[in-house]
Design a protein around this ligand. Structure first.
Ligand SMILES: C[S@@+](CC[C@H](N)C(=O)[O-])C[C@H]1O[C@@H](n2cnc3c(N)ncnc32)[C@H](O)[C@@H]1O
Length: 152
């Protein structure tokens, strides 16, 4: 499956997610990540970061190395325009090699749900493991609707 397909129009995505319809959930989402960002991890990697609306919170709170990985060029371009201080990398979270270590690696919103098979999950977590500076320090917060149907 082409994982980029639903995310080729970052402008539309941003308009929808920043619209009053979504705002309630999106604000709750940001409140959660703000609390994490306040702990000021020195280096942060967000997988499937979109245009960086969550990642930007880490930069605002003083994290030094802030990197986002996403497969959609449109999302990455918008991210680079909005948040020039953040490093946006094109890649596939199912298998990546950034030749770098991070204190915190996370997925936000429903990005984790793009790992559709056990093979995807296993290879993604292998990549995560090799990029972690400390033993295990991974966080995930999922879309509210989707997570109701899943047991973690
Ligand atoms: C619902 S958006 C969430 C983006 C961001 N986390 C947020 O909260 O705004 C999901 C993102 O996952 C990205 N994505 C989907 N499959 C991916 C993959 N295999 N590797 C990297 N990014 C992927 C899409 O391009 C999209 O930007």
């Amino acid at each position: 499956m082409d994982t980029d397909l639903p995310y080729r129009e970052a402008e539309l995505y941003a308009q929808e997610y920043e619209s009053p319809i979504y705002r309630g959930d999106m604000l709750k989402d940001k409140v959660f990540w703000k609390k994490v960002a306040e702990q000021q991890p020195s280096s942060v990697l967000e997988l499937a970061c979109g245009y960086g609306r969550i990642l930007s919170t880490f930069k605002e709170h003083g994290s030094l190395k802030v990197v986002g990985l996403d497969s959609s060029l449109s999302m990455l371009e918008m991210g680079r325009e909005r948040y020039p201080d953040i490093q946006f990398v094109k890649g596939d979270m199912r298998c990546f090699d950034l030749d770098s270590k991070f204190e915190l690696i996370f997925f936000a919103f429903n990005s984790f749900l793009h790992l559709l098979t056990y093979e995807d999950l296993a290879s993604c977590f292998q990549s995560i493991q090799s990029h972690l500076a400390v033993k295990i320090h991974h966080l995930s917060k999922h879309g509210i609707t989707a997570s109701k149907n899943l047991i973690w």
